[in-house]
Every structure is written in structure tokens, then in C-alpha cells.
Design a protein around this ligand. Structure first.
Ligand SMILES: [Zn+2]
Length: 67
């Protein structure tokens, strides 16, 4: 097995941390966005709190009627 020089080691660490930062940034951007889409595109069943499409009249989870 090849041993990494300190320069290669820190290069690897910086690449991994950069990828980590990008993943966290994407999560911060798309997390609330996905939450907003879920809020605007759906509604919550008053009976079982299951998220159903906005124009649904019957809950797909507990089959209760939704007004
Ligand atoms: Zn339900």
C-alpha cells in the first residue's frame, strides 16, 4: 500500500471537506425548498396527519374524506 505524503494527505482532506461543504450547502438550499414544495403541493389529513395531494378529497392513508 502506498503511503501518502503530507501534501497529498492534506490535498485529500481539503477535497473531502470541500465535498462535505457542498453537500451541506445543497442540503441547506434544497431542504427548505423541498419543505416549501411539500407545503404548497399538499395538505395534511386532519385524521391521521398524513400528507396528501392538495386537490385530494380522500386520504390515501386512512381513506377518510378531506374537505
Ligand atoms: Zn388520513
Amino acid at each position: 500500500m502506498e503511503t501518502l505524503t503530507p501534501v497529498q494527505y492534506w490535498g485529500l482532506i481539503s477535497i473531502i471537506s470541500t465535498i462535505g461543504c457542498v453537500v451541506v450547502a445543497l442540503g441547506l438550499v434544497f431542504g427548505p425548498l423541498a419543505f416549501m414544495v411539500a407545503l404548497t403541493a399538499g395538505k395534511q389529513c386532519p385524521q391521521c396527519k398524513f400528507w396528501v395531494p392538495k386537490d385530494a378529497t380522500v386520504c390515501g392513508h386512512c381513506t377518510k374524506e378531506i374537505k
